[in-house]
Design a protein around this ligand. Structure first.
Ligand code: ACM
Length: 492
């Protein structure tokens, strides 16, 4: 890795070759030049926006051939990037004194190339900005590189989620999992049950105003993410974590009486009931609505911490939710507890609590499930960094940057083979995280560590190199206005 260290790239690319020769100097005729497909133009628009913001100048976008020096070229090319990697996200980036060329088989790769270029920009003397001459060939280790954001315990607006998506795209993360329902609130207005948003969105932990996404708001988040090749995975958590649903729809309770709103932080006390007549239609309609609002292939059904339900009834809920999702054309994602039910091949089981017996996960993998790695002791970014952290919980221990970095997802669960591991997802629960500033302090720098775990091959990365490279990102975070935690494990 030593050759890449001076280039301060996070996540570390598969291969980086510095070239002899002068750097590229971003000059007055800087422009973005793309091919004329919609994918190239879409990537070009974003590239012009991102690079233009960094040099404080609006950049022009041209299509077609433009051999004059001084441009950033983006082109789709099937033979770009490391050829033995999946074409979906791989890319090549070449920088010479004449200009920049990003080549990729697909548009996602073009944007990854632009994200790499962004980290290579260097302020020079006289206010000029330069990029060192280099060739990068790059592709991700895992296809799922996610962040789970709890917008229930504290609500985050569309603009705030948009800011998080910007950070994710800088780190080449490609899945935003939104935890949209829980005991403390309901955050997505769904057409079949308008009472959910009307009666249960105005609460959050600590008594704040809460909030809710309209169908248009949600579509805006999905579109903003899609332009950055980030898939939104919506989560409706059933059959537990449902106090907000029971409050809005008392017909879901055995006695027909609505429980009061809940703004505390306990878990495990609320549940749906198989034998209540309204339950099945609730699952069918609400999961069906959310599936219809979501262009991505996944629907997350929660399934965690149902502490007061017999196993047989729990299995019925997982089976029913799976059936609804499948009928809607979606692949089911669920927290690790669903491994105790009958999971179908292809279902994504999200590992979160390392205290659990690993055997059911190995059995689920053997039955064709895929494992998404979110071990709390590594990637729960709502854990405190250390005993002095003003924000955060500590049930999974303190999680410093190195804890988030120094692990191998393929080896995280004994008995689960590497080819069953679909990827890595950080999670931030927001019981103690009320503002966007607080959220960024919990995310950074740990999200950069998780992004490298998810993107970079295990033998291409190491703590000593990461420690140096992540320090190089801090100036960019300051420029972008992202608050971050100056971990003592890094020389900033
Ligand atoms: C969880 O942390 N209850 C998934």
């Amino acid at each position: 890795m030593s050759a890449t260290d001076p280039l301060l790239l996070v996540p570390a690319p598969l291969s980086v070759r510095p070239l002899e020769g002068s750097p590229f100097v971003l000059g007055p005729d800087l422009r973005v030049v793309v091919g004329d497909t919609p994918e190239e133009i879409g990537a070009g628009v974003l590239a012009a926006e991102v690079i233009g913001a960094l040099v404080d100048t609006p950049l022009g976008l041209q299509t077609g051939d433009d051999p004059a020096p001084g441009a950033v070229h983006l082109r789709l090319a099937d033979d770009a990037g490391p050829l033995d990697a999946d074409p979906t996200e791989r890319y090549s980036l070449t920088v010479t004194a004449d200009g920049v060329e990003v080549l990729a088989p697909r548009a996602a790769g073009l944007l990854h190339g632009v994200a790499t270029l962004r980290q290579l920009l260097r302020p020079g003397p006289d206010g000029e900005v330069t990029v060192p001459a280099v060739v990068v060939h790059d592709a991700p280790r895992y296809e799922w590189r996610g962040l789970s954001l709890d917008v229930v315990r504290h609500f985050f607006t569309v603009d705030q989620v948009t800011a998080v998506l910007g950070l994710m795209s800088e780190l080449k993360l490609n899945v935003l999992h939104l935890h949209l329902s829980d005991d403390q609130g309901w955050r997505l207005d769904v057409p079949s049950r308008p009472e959910l948003a009307a009666r249960s969105s105005g609460t959050e932990v600590g008594g704040g105003p809460g909030g809710c996404y309209s169908a248009d708001d949600f579509a805006q988040i999905v579109a903003h993410a899609a332009a950055r090749h980030i898939t939104v995975v919506p989560e409706i958590d059933v059959p537990g974590h449902v106090n907000a649903a029971l409050h809005a729809l008392p017909e879901l309770t055995p006695d027909g009486v609505a429980p009061p709103p809940y703004t505390g932080t306990e878990v495990g006390f609320s549940r749906l009931h198989r034998d209540v007549p309204a339950t099945r239609a609730f699952l069918q309609d609400v999961l069906g609505d959310v599936a219809a609002m979501t262009p991505g292939p996944y629907l997350h059904i929660g399934g965690d911490e149902v502490l007061t339900m017999a196993p047989e009834e729990y299995r019925w809920f997982v089976r029913t939710a799976q059936d609804v999702a499948r009928a809607a054309g979606k692949t089911v994602v669920g927290w690790q507890e669903i491994a105790l039910a009958d999971v179908e091949p292809g279902t994504v089981v999200q590992f979160w609590d390392p205290r659990a017996d690993p055997e059911p996960f190995a059995a689920a993998a053997a039955a064709g499930a895929r494992l998404l790695m979110s071990p709390g002791s590594r990637v729960y970014l709502d854990m405190k960094y250390d005993a002095d952290s003003p924000l955060g919980l500590d049930w999974a221990g303190f999680v410093e940057v190195r804890d988030s970095y120094d692990w191998d997802p393929d080896a995280a669960i004994p008995g689960v083979p590497a080819d069953a591991v679909v990827g890595v997802e950080a999670a931030v629960w927001t019981e103690t995280v009320p503002t966007l500033e607080d959220l960024f302090v919990m995310l950074l720098p740990r999200l950069a560590a998780v992004a490298e775990v998810a993107w970079s091959a295990q033998d291409r990365r190491g703590w000593a190199g990461f420690r140096t490279r992540v320090a190089g990102l801090a100036a960019g975070w300051d420029r972008a206005g992202y608050p971050w935690y100056p971990s003592p494990q890094v020389d900033w």
